[in-house]
Design a protein around this ligand. Structure first.
Ligand code: NAD
Length: 472
């Protein structure tokens, strides 16, 4: 049983002013495994004040100094990969192998930011004009629960690279991971006040960050509804915002795709992180001529996506994070049946033998029309919709007929053709022939999937302002 009662402010562990105590529940068995005391507006204001004081000196640091802080953060997080992975399995139900990948990606964010910073020219001059890139100021970093430590690393790496000081408001459902991250920040020995962490609810700690005039920038990962409220409420104090929001990502299977590779790849993208992934490929677009073969291949491949205890290395799909999330997924499976889609795999209720936790059945719907709610709304669970298309143009049209545009995939043998299709998808990222990553490539969405980009140089630019000095 873990008890957390302190926030991390100005380089010290400070007893929470907020008094609300929240239980930490293991979603695998619904057991209470800890308690966390949540911060309030006063805790947040203390953290903002510390970040504001620290910004005076940190905003003036050289590139070289910041690169050395990023290296120290990388060392500190790399040393705690096992602990962060364990915390993600315990409090979130993250599947062990996938959780480790997520945590390792978080560690890699620091060298990626260091490389981005080294490549970024901070000063440009011509004639009597000098343009410099300046840190935007104090930044509020707000994260979601589905990869909390990764989001903290990504945002912190970019902010530190830019010379910003931060107040982190992690998801209140990720306190065990956050505790380890605080220890990493401490081990990296950043100057006092550069990185502050207040654990608390969005409506208190998050809202104070959004409203406080001493916070210049909010970098947010979470739902569209909260992202919209941050944009709206942040306007009062002219906040700069980066919003990483939801998705309903298409996977276009071209008619020359080899199904024995393409279908497992499509299912990995649909069910990664137990389907609780903004980038999950939840719409599989299939040529009409191949629907029967695809159905057969899916049924066979589903055997390789077992539900189970997330700590078991054989498990591919773990529980949902909470009762709310369990019910949300159930309601969409129910809605899909009502809308007339057919269940090829999975369905309503708990998988047999997993009634004690928030487990759902990985579900595949066929005969889905792209205008059904299950094809348009983000479910955030392991539910895949198979949608038939007539031609390449029809596939592109269906892929783009979504309010989201975060991620997409194209699967096919002819690479030239796959690239041509990829170039017509209105998404921040398109992967060809399977899920892959590049920490230097931008991450972020078109349309309702967000505003701005993270990762590498693009992520750093989101924490910078330009200043021109012109001599007469
Ligand atoms: P959420 O929007 O409910 O919460 C996200 C964070 O915002 C939490 O820390 C929460 O406490 C905080 N928050 C809530 N209300 C707030 C307010 N009024 N002001 C400030 N902060 C507030 O989202 P969630 O349920 O934690 O995460 C799931 C969502 O996140 C999904 O929609 C998913 O697609 C999205 N997501 C996007 C990405 C991406 O990179 N684009 C990555 C992961 C998750």
């Amino acid at each position: 049983m873990t008890t957390i009662t302190k926030h991390y402010i100005n380089g010290e562990y400070i007893e929470s002013h907020g008094r609300e105590v929240m239980e930490i529940i293991n979603p695998t068995n619904c057991q209470v495994i800890g308690r966390v005391t949540l911060g309030d507006e006063e805790d947040t204001r203390r953290a903002i004040a510390a970040a504001k004081r620290a910004f005076v000196a940190f905003g003036q640091t050289t590139k070289e100094e910041r690169v050395s802080y990023l290296r120290r953060l990388h060392d500190a997080v790399s040393a705690r990969v096992d602990d962060l992975t364990h915390a993600m399995v315990e409090e979130y139900g993250g599947v062990a192998q996938f959780s480790r990948l997520i945590v390792e990606s978080g560690a890699k964010a620091f060298p990626a930011a260091a490389k981005g910073l080294e490549e970024l020219s901070m000063t440009e001059s011509w004639g009597k004009t000098t343009v410099t890139l300046e840190p935007v100021g104090v930044a509020g970093l707000i994260t979601a629960w589905n990869a909390n430590s990764l989001f903290i690393c990504l945002k912190l790496a970019s902010a530190v690279a830019a010379g910003c000081t931060v107040v982190i408001k992690p998801s209140e459902m990720s306190s065990l991971q956050t505790q380890v991250m605080i220890e990493c920040v401490e081990a990296a020995k950043l100057p006092k006040g550069v990185c502050n962490v207040v654990i608390g609810r969005g409506g208190t700690v998050g809202a104070e960050l959004v409203r406080n005039p001493d916070v210049a920038k909010i970098s947010f990962t979470g739902s569209v509804a909260v992202g919209q409220s941050i944009m709206r409420d942040g306007a009062t104090t002219m906040k700069r915002v980066t919003l990483e929001l939801g998705g309903k990502s298409p996977t276009i299977l071209l008619d020359d795709a080899a199904l024995e590779q393409a279908i497992p790849a499509a299912l990995v993208m649909a069910f990664m992180n137990s389907g609780q992934a903004c980038a999950a490929g939840t719409r599989l677009l299939v040529p009409k001529s191949r629907v029967a073969a695809v159905r057969q291949a899916i049924v066979e491949a589903m055997l390789h996506f077992p539900v189970g205890n997330p700590a078991d290395p054989r498990t591919v799909v773990g529980p949902m994070v909470s009762q709310n999330q369990y019910e949300r997924v159930q309601s969409y499976i129910h809605k899909g049946i009502e809308e007339g889609a057919l269940i090829l795999a999975g369905g309503e209720g708990h998988p047999q033998g997993f009634e004690a936790g928030y487990f759902v059945k990985p579900t595949v719907f066929v005969n889905v029309k792209n205008d059904m709610a299950i094809a348009q709304e983000e479910i955030f669970g392991p539910v895949l919709c198979v949608i038939a298309y007539d031609s390449e143009d029809d596939a592109i049209r269906i892929a783009n007929e979504s309010k989201y545009g975060l991620h997409a995939a194209v699967l096919g043998t002819d690479l030239q053709r796959a690239r041509r299709v990829a170039s017509q998808i209105r998404s921040g990222r398109v992967v060809i022939n399977g899920m892959t990553d590049d920490p230097q490539a931008p991450w972020g969405g078109f349309k309702f999937s967000g505003v701005g980009r993270e990762y590498g140089r693009y992520g750093i630019e989101a924490f910078l302002e330009t200043r021109a000095i012109i001599e007469s």
